[in-house]
Design a protein around this ligand. Structure first.
Ligand SMILES: [Zn+2]
Length: 146
């Protein structure tokens, strides 16, 4: 038995303790009863950003905007990545128009941008969309295996 992992809920950002062997079992949030680790990207709001940075799983953020064609074209790839990485990496989408202060704070100059955080620290950044195999390979280089 390993120590449970701390994982913020995708819906309410409440911290949950989840045994490692249960990460793939669609755990429910102790606070809101929603799915802690959905197989789809969740919407990241700037008000919840610091809470969503917590915990033991890495967080991959897709910074996008609805008017951005390349962002829309990348969305299905990001969806597929979320399904492949469920329980290993959390995937979130940050709408840069709805959350301009956070986008500025993160130094976003172009979209789509992919930002990877671990233990609250940015450990990787990728400007522009990637095909799924390259996205998974980039994450594997950071120690996150699909
Ligand atoms: Zn919750």
């Amino acid at each position: 038995m390993t120590d449970p992992l701390l994982v913020p809920c995708a819906q309410c950002a409440g911290l949950n303790r989840i045994p490692a062997e249960r990460l793939q079992d669609r755990p429910r949030c102790g606070r809101c009863k929603g799915e802690v680790l959905p197989a789809h990207p969740f919407a990241l709001e700037q008000s919840a950003f610091s809470a969503q940075l917590k915990g033991d799983l890495p967080l991959l953020v897709d910074v996008w905007a609805s008017w951005c064609g390349p962002c829309r074209a990348f969305a299905p790839t990001f969806e597929q990545a979320a399904a492949r990485l469920q329980g290993r990496c959390r995937l979130a989408k940050l709408d840069s128009e709805a959350n301009p202060q956070l986008a500025t704070r993160l130094g976003i100059r172009s979209i789509p941008s992919l930002l990877l955080f671990r233990n609250g620290v940015e450990i990787g950044r990728q400007s522009g969309a990637l095909p799924l195999p390259q996205l998974l390979a980039w994450l594997a280089q950071q120690g996150i295996a699909a």
